[in-house]
Design a protein around this ligand. Structure first.
Ligand code: NAD
Ligand code: LMR
Length: 338
């Protein structure tokens, strides 16, 4: 297990990359003018793996695209505004990143976003099904525990479902966990990685500190405090932003890291591993985040949950009811609103 989690080797982070693989991806960002969408689009514009970067939103994309297009990197940037331009945006897209939708304010759960964001994700994914059904779909919009099942049900309805190509982007949980553990142990942060399994909200986020690379040990109280902080780090940001939204910059970093590893794997790089919330048979929740190995078809292999210590088994057990409820809610939403 220790070697399963990808080191942060993406180009964005290290600026050292191999060009031996074919890395020329056409990428679309849906929700590109938002708090995540703009910095994510900037990071993708800086990526050597992106050839075409199409930016879609219901607001401001002409300006965002014009601004980014002046940066002297290879990706060709184009803006698409409003539903009438969505189909054009998605033509030929190989990777679609979806941060469209509203963020939390203090006092809200991610599930409180369902009523607004469910239909946004449903409609955007229906357009993906129609225009670029083979694209890798990377869902950032919350509640991820439900929006990934929504995306999957839409693809099923449209007859183009491939579970290997739909990802809930939970990379931020792993990014945070590495940061917090590196701080606690005074380790170089780039050397620290650990799997975060389950879902992406509160108790459904299950950090596996026992599987950290390098091996770290903590007194039980500190292990519990760290696990709690990882589970509630999104709320930490929501409260600090005091009504101005949730994590955007760290999320853009995390999504770009995920997308770069995915694009590298699509180009033939081997051994690219990320935790992601995917269709799963690992537990009795039908969607579940685990480390997955990526290749040109999306998920090459689900690397599973590994061996858990007793405390982590308890965290996992505490996650299951909420996670299964979130999944059912997403599936029911699509199937009740055909
Ligand atoms: P934001 O409000 O700053 O931006 C959202 C953008 O979506 C806006 O530009 C808006 O115009 C656009 N949008 C709304 N409806 C749309 C539609 N139908 N089609 C296209 N674009 C549309 O919000 P944000 O801070 O960027 O957060 C976006 C989402 O990401 C939220 O749901 C938030 O909870 C989620 N999020 C997820 C993670 C994660 O780890 N997966 C982390 C942080 C935030
Ligand atoms: C996060 O983890 O930062 C995101 O899911 C946003 C949120 O609402 O906390």
């Amino acid at each position: 297990m220790l070697s399963r989690i990808a080191r942060p080797t993406s180009c964005l982070l290290s600026r050292s990359f191999s060009t031996t693989q074919q890395n020329n991806s056409n990428v679309a960002v849906l929700g590109a003018s938002g708090g995540i969408g703009q910095p994510l689009s900037l990071l993708l514009k800086l990526s050597p793996f992106v050839t075409r970067l199409n930016l879609y939103d219901i607001n401001h994309t002409p300006g965002v695209a014009a601004d980014l297009s002046h940066i002297s990197t290879k990706a060709k940037v184009k803006g698409f505004l409003g539903p009438e331009q969505l189909d054009d945006c998605l033509q030929g897209a190989e990777v679609v990143l979806i941060p469209a939708g509203v963020p939390r304010k203090p006092g809200m759960t991610r599930d409180d976003l369902f009523n607004t964001n469910a239909s946004i994700v449903r409609d955007l994914v229906r357009a993906v099904a129609k225009n670029c059904p083979k694209a890798m779909i990377c869902v950032i919009t919350n509640p991820v525990n439900s929006t990934v099942p929504i995306a999957s049900e839409v693809m099923k309805q449209e007859g183009v479902y491939d579970p290997k190509r739909i990802f809930g982007v939970t990379t931020l949980d792993a990014v945070r966990a590495s940061t917090f553990i590196a701080e606690a142990k005074d380790l170089p942060v780039k050397s620290v990685s650990l799997p975060i399994i389950g879902g992406h909200s509160g108790v459904t986020i299950v950090p596996l500190i026992s599987q950290c690379t390098p091996t770290v040990s903590f007194p039980q109280k500190q292990r519990e405090e760290l696990s709690y902080r990882i589970q509630n780090a999104g709320t930490e940001v929501v409260e600090a932003k005091a009504g101005a939204g949730s994590a955007t910059l760290s999320m853009a970093y995390a999504a770009a890291k995920f997308a770069e590893n995915l694009m590298e794997a699509m180009g033939g790089a081997i051994g690219k591993i990320e935790c992601a919330y995917v269709r799963s048979d690992e537990t009795d929740a039908t969607y579940f985040a685990t480390p997955v190995e990526l290749n040109e078809n999306g998920i090459k292999a689900n690397l599973g949950i590994g061996t858990l210590i007793e405390y982590e088994k308890k965290l996992l057990s505490d996650a299951m009811e909420e996670l299964k409820g979130n999944i059912k809610k997403g599936e029911d939403f699509v199937n009740a609103n055909k």
